[in-house]
Design a protein around this ligand. Structure first.
Ligand SMILES: [Zn+2]
Length: 122
């Protein structure tokens, strides 16, 4: 069993930090979705996590609903030319999707760590 108290899953997820110490980044880089092999601060083995498709499904449903609703509202309210949509939405989907995927994945890993700590001991 890893030593030390587990960080709050929500706090660790929002900050994309280690689920045990919340002191080091969970991911390999600031724009990466690859989880580091070990925590740089406490040494927790992060390779054994298994979040599956959960974060992607959650992000697709929530982000799809929000952005399609926003796009329809902007089109109805302001009637911009089609090229404005072409400029606005691809970066909005990409950046928001990346951020939401990182947070959702980190939160699910932190919840997994809190409730199934033995899987991280291997
Ligand atoms: Zn740590």
């Amino acid at each position: 069993m890893p030593a030390g108290p587990a960080a709050s899953p929500l706090a660790a997820g929002l900050a994309c930090r280690c689920p045990q110490c919340a002191a080091a980044p969970l991911y390999r880089g600031p724009f990466s979705l690859s989880v580091a092999d070990r925590c740089a601060s406490c040494g927790l083995d992060l390779k054994s996590h298994e979040e599956g498709d959960g974060p992607a499904v959650l992000v697709i449903l929530v982000l799809g609903f929000l952005l399609v609703t926003l796009a329809l509202w902007i089109d109805a309210a302001f009637s911009p030319p089609w090229w404005v949509h072409l400029i606005i939405w691809p970066p909005a989907v990409g950046l928001t999707g990346l951020w939401m995927l990182r947070v959702a994945k980190a939160t699910l890993i932190a919840m997994q760590f809190r409730h199934r700590r033995h899987d991280f001991d291997a």
